[in-house]
Design a protein around this ligand. Structure first.
Ligand code: HEM
Length: 405
C-alpha cells in the first residue's frame, strides 16, 4: 500500500512538473488557443535558429521550441539537461559507483531475484484495456529518455558495448567501461545467466574539476508534454521528420494499402540487423527512437502521424498561401493542436484512471479547472519519476491491471 501511495504521489509530482508549469488541467485552454490560432501566426518570426544566448529573450512565441528551450520562464526542462531529484544520490563510492551493499554492509540481493520476488508474472482481469499501458509508454517517450553510450558508439560506427559472455553465460572479459550487467543463477525464464545492462551517459559536472561531485543522469527529451515523441526533441529531428517539398506542413509518411505509415529507416536499433540478409528488418522513424520497441507503440505513433497530417492538410486548405513561411506556420499550428490533444488525453482521460479523481482534484490536475501558467513550477523530470515511479509497466497499482478486451 505504501508503495502504491508513494507511486501515485511521485507520478502526480512528476507529471505536474512535466506538464510545463501549467497547474490546473493544462489542456482545454491550450487546445482552445491552438484552434483559435487557425488565423495562423507567422511561425518564422517566433522560432527560428536564434543565438542560444538570446534564445529566451522572447518568451511570448506562439509555438514551443523543438528542444524545449524557453518553454519555461527559467529555461528549465530543455532536452539534454540533467534530471532533477527529490533526494540526493547514494552511490557505492559516494560519487558514481552503483551501490552493491545495503546499509548493514551486506551485499544487496541481485536485481533479477528482487524482480521475481516482488513482481511475479500474474494475470488478472480488470476493466482497463491494453491501451492504458500503451498510452503510458507513449507518454513516457514524450518526456524521458536517459541516453546510453551504446547509441553514441553506434553513431560513431564503433563496436557495440557487450557486457555478458557468449550465449549470455557469465561476464564478458574484459568488462567494457559503463557495464553493470545483471548476473544470476540460471532459471527457466531466461536463456543464460547474464543480462546486458549498460549505464546511462552521465551529465557533465557543474564543476568539471570537482571529482567529488556525484554523477547525475541526463534527459535527452524535452520534459514537457509537447508531442515530442511525434516531432522529436531537436530541430534536426524535426527536419528529418518533416516533408521538405511544397507540402512541408506535413510529416513524412509512406503509402501503404492500409493507409499512411511512418517513414522507414535502417538507423537506430535496426542498424544492428544490417548483417542479416535477406529479410533485413526495417524500422520506423518517429520523433522518439524507441518507436520500434514493440508494435502497439508503433501503432500509437502511426495514429499521431496521421492525425498531424489530417489537421495540417485541413489547415493548409483553409489558409491562403500568402507568406513564404506558409508551410512552417501550418506545420507548427498543427503541431500545437496535436500537442494540446496529447495533453488533453493525458490529463483528461489517462491520469484520472491511474491516479483517481480524488488525487486529481487534490493535486489540482483536473481539466475541469481553469489552467494558469505558474512560473514557480519546476518542469524538469525527476530522476525518481523516470527511474522508478513511472515504470508502471512493471509497477501498476493492484486495482488497475491491464487487459485485452
Ligand atoms: C511493452 C511494454 C514496454 C516495454 C517492452 C518497455 C521496455 C523498456 C525498456 C527496454 C526500457 C529501457 C531500459 C530501462 O531503462 O529499464 C524502458 C524504459 C522505461 N520505460 Fe518502458 N517498456 C514498456 C512499457 C512502459 C510503460 C507502460 C511505461 C510507463 C507507463 C514505461 C516507462 C518507462 C520509463 C519511464 C523508462 C525510462 C526511460 C528513460 O528515461 O530512459 N514503459 N522500457
Amino acid at each position: 500500500m505504501a508503495v502504491i501511495t508513494w507511486w501515485m504521489l511521485a507520478c502526480a509530482v512528476g507529471l505536474l512538473r512535466g506538464s510545463g508549469g501549467v497547474r490546473r488541467g493544462a489542456s482545454p485552454s491550450l487546445l482552445g488557443g491552438a484552434l483559435a490560432g487557425l488565423g495562423l501566426r507567422d511561425y518564422e518570426r517566433d522560432v527560428t535558429e536564434q543565438d542560444p544566448r538570446s534564445r529566451c529573450s522572447n518568451l511570448s512565441g506562439a509555438f514551443r521550441t523543438f528542444d524545449g528551450t524557453c518553454n519555461n520562464a527559467n529555461n528549465l526542462g530543455a532536452a539534454n539537461t540533467p534530471l532533477a531529484r527529490l533526494l540526493p544520490p547514494v552511490y557505492g563510492d559516494g560519487v558514481e559507483a552503483p551501490r552493491t551493499r545495503g546499509r548493514n554492509g551486506r551485499p544487496l540481493r541481485g536485481a533479477r531475484r528482487i524482480s521475481q520476488l516482488v513482481f511475479p508474472d500474474t494475470s488478472r482481469r480488470g476493466l482497463n484495456t491494453l491501451l492504458l499501458m500503451q498510452w503510458g509508454q507513449f507518454l513516457d517517450h514524450d518526456m524521458t529518455l536517459m541516453p546510453l553510450p551504446t547509441e553514441r558508439v553506434r553513431e560513431e560506427g564503433g563496436e557495440p558495448i557487450i557486457c555478458c559472455g557468449r550465449d549470455r553465460l557469465g561476464l564478458a572479459s574484459p568488462q567494457p567501461e559503463d557495464c553493470f550487467p545483471i548476473t544470476f543463477t540460471r532459471d527457466p525464464g531466461f536463456l543464460g545467466s547474464c543480462m546486458e545492462f549498460v549505464r546511462t551517459i552521465p551529465a557533465t559536472r557543474r564543476n568539471p574539476r570537482d571529482t567529488t561531485e556525484p554523477r547525475e543522469q541526463l534527459n535527452s527529451l524535452t520534459a514537457f508534454i509537447d508531442a515530442s515523441a511525434v516531432y522529436g526533441s531537436s530541430r534536426e529531428e524535426e527536419e528529418e521528420l518533416r516533408e521538405a517539398n511544397g507540402r512541408g506542413y506535413l510529416l513524412k509518411s509512406e503509402r501503404s494499402s492500409q493507409g499512411p505509415l511512418l517513414p522507414r529507416t535502417d538507423r537506430g536499433i535496426c542498424a544492428r540487423e544490417r548483417d542479416d540478409p535477406p529479410n533485413t528488418p526495417v524500422c520506423f522513424l518517429a520523433g522518439d527512437e524507441r518507436v520500434n520497441e514493440q508494435p502497439d507503440l508503433a501503432t500509437i505513433h502511426t495514429i499521431f502521424l496521421r492525425l498531424h497530417n489530417v489537421i495540417a492538410s485541413r489547415m493548409a486548405a483553409a489558409t491562403p498561401r500568402a507568406s513564404l513561411s506558409f508551410n512552417s506556420t501550418v506545420f507548427q499550428s498543427a503541431r500545437r493542436v496535436v500537442g494540446a490533444i496529447v495533453q488533453r488525453v493525458m490529463f483528461g482521460e489517462w491520469l484520472p484512471i491511474i491516479l483517481g479523481d480524488r488525487v486529481m482534484r487534490r493535486e489540482g490536475l483536473s481539466v475541469h479547472r481553469r489552467s494558469d501558467y505558474d512560473p514557480s513550477v519546476d518542469p524538469r523530470i525527476l530522476n525518481e519519476f523516470s527511474t522508478a515511479a513511472y515504470r508502471s509497466a512493471s509497477l501498476p497499482p493492484i486495482k488497475h491491471q491491464y487487459q485485452y478486451q
